[in-house]
Design a binder for this molecule. Structure first.
Ligand SMILES: Nc1ncnc2c1ncn2[C@@H]1O[C@H](COP(=O)(O)OP(=O)(O)OP(=O)(O)O)[C@@H](O)[C@H]1O
Ligand SMILES: [Mg+2]
Length: 219
């Protein structure tokens, strides 16, 4: 179970985002819906330990991860979290296999690569350069890379951002299938995809932005 408590992320002296507390139960899937800029990626980045909350805490199964030293946070992320970034972070000039094998640099085993690529229907693309793939195929490579290490928690930031509804929903269904039993937190702009998940989290109601230099945000 992931629990956030009194989270605040400050970007500078005047601007910050305040979050109402949220709980993500183990083995359930969640989709975060909300306006652009409301703070969805920022929340995922705090859960992943990529950025540190300015106030409040994040607990995973009762242990506070947000206050761990960065090294311990990195270890936690590498072992437990699969993160599909909003911009994928794939290396265009490398093959699909090499983009996944890059995880070995962090000590992650990639033995499950073929199994995961096959579950996502892209095993035949394994030796292809990412630059030669379609948008939907790239998205599935990013998903495969997050799943290869069998993470307990999957964070997926707009995993279907550039796809049309048909392909987007088929990618989401494949992702939910391989995420069974894990905690999945996904972001999407497409509310038609929301019914595929166990829970919908309305981020417009959870996150409030403040800009005290003059203009106020969505609160
Ligand atoms: N490093 C940063 N420095 C300053 N402001 C930031 C930084 N990162 C995010 N923000 C601001 O925080 C707000 C939330 O950003 P975030 O990326 O979490 O939004 P989002 O909900 O993921 O939006 P989108 O749907 O467009 O991806 C935005 O107003 C953004 O400009
Ligand atoms: Mg975002």
């Amino acid at each position: 179970m992931i629990k956030t408590e009194n989270l605040v992320k400050r970007f500078d002296a005047d601007t910050y985002i305040k979050y109402k507390d949220v709980t993500f139960e183990t083995g359930e899937s969640y989709v975060l819906l909300g306006a652009s800029g409301c703070g969805k990626s920022t929340l995922l980045n705090m859960i992943a330990g990529v950025i540190t909350p300015s106030e409040g805490r994040i607990c995973f199964d009762g242990a506070e991860i947000s206050s761990m030293p960065q090294k311990k946070k990195d270890k936690f992320r590498i072992e437990k979290i699969g993160y599909i970034f909003q911009d994928f972070k794939l290396i265009e000039e490398m093959t699909v296999a090499d983009n996944i094998d890059i995880l070995k640099l962090e000590g992650v085993r990639t033995d499950r690569m073929d199994e995961v690529l096959s579950a996502l229907g892209i095993l035949s693309k394994k030796k292809k350069k990412v630059s030669k793939l379609s948008g939907g195929e790239r998205q599935r490579v990013a998903i495969a890379r997050a799943f290869v290490k069998a993470p307990d928690i999957i964070l997926a930031d707009e995993p279907t951002g550039n796809l049309n509804y048909e392909i987007g929903s088929s990618v989401v269904k494949q992702m939910l299938e391989i995420a069974r039993g894990k905690t999945l937190i996904a972001v999407t702009h497409d509310d038609r995809l929301a019914p595929l998940f166990d829970h919908v989290v309305d981020m417009n109601a959870i996150a409030s932005s403040y800009d005290e230099s003059g203009v106020s945000g969505n609160d």
